[in-house]
Design a protein around this ligand. Structure first.
Ligand code: UDP
Length: 230
């Protein structure tokens, strides 16, 4: 199965640490297991462990657009970190950036990405969509659609699916096993930002939301939440 995994930047770190050895190794091990099971894998990595555009916007005379570009650069850093961990496990990996950086990455060329995947290489997409005012959630949906992924797996840090309310605030919150994209929007269950969920809904992309440690079990019914187009 061709899958696209969205991995938040936060999943690479722990508490105040931007990078946590065990966390990054855990991701690499799971990617290795998924490849060995015959899946074609692409990853969109976030940058939230390092920088989010909205955190700096309006401060220090930095424009929102500039802050967003800095956020995109943070995702490139994370992609390079992941690549080296993957390579250390003999997982062939290619980093494809939406902003041209020929010294450290290939440029995003959709057909090239598909070719890499067909050859058993993991593709890491970074720099988001290469445009401000988006997030890597939207990038993940767009890339999944463009490369024809059958499912987008959103691997979450600190939560293992979609809940009826925020379980950190509401003890009566229940985990949902399935949900439609439309009802996620209606009920404001924002496992991704609204723009990303809206794009997935418009183009019928199923999304599986799982905990970061459950990536290899993404297809299991009892794991996470399956968010279906209808
Ligand atoms: N970003 C952007 N355009 C994109 C993707 C990302 O401007 O297409 C910027 C935005 O500032 C965002 C930051 O990059 O806050 C890091 O991405 P994100 O917040 O999605 O990372 P995550 O929360 O998934 O770690």
């Amino acid at each position: 199965m061709r899958i696209l995994i969205k991995c938040s930047g936060g999943a690479l770190g722990k508490e105040d640490a931007k990078y946590d050895e065990a966390s990054v190794e855990g991701i690499a091990d799971q990617i290795g297991t998924l490849l060995a099971a015959g899946h074609q894998i692409a990853l969109v990595v976030g940058g939230g462990n390092l920088f989010r555009g909205r955190d700096l916007s309006g401060k220090l005379h930095i424009a929102r657009t500039t802050a967003d570009y800095i956020g995109m650069l943070a995702t490139v850093q994370n992609a390079l970190v992941l690549r080296d961990y993957f390579v250390s496990r003999k997982i062939e990996t290619r980093v494809l950036s939406a902003i041209a950086m020929p010294q450290i990455s290939e440029s995003y060329i959709p057909k090239r990405a598909e070719r890499h995947m067909e050859k058993g290489r993991v593709v890491i997409f970074c720099a988001g969509l290469g445009a401000p005012f988006f997030t890597t959630d939207s990038s993940a949906v767009q890339r999944a659609l463009e490369i024809g992924a059958e499912v987008l797996v959103m691997a979450k840090d600190g939560i293992d699916g979609v809940y009826s309310a925020d379980p950190r605030k509401d003890p009566s919150a229940e985990k949902l096993s399935t949900l439609t994209l439309a009802s996620a929007l209606e009920r404001n269950l924002m496992f991704a930002d609204a723009a990303a969920i809206g794009l997935a809904r418009e183009h019928n992309l199923p999304i599986k939301v799982v905990g970061i440690g459950d990536m290899t079990r993404f297809a299991d019914e009892g794991v996470g939440t399956l968010v279906t187009p209808a």
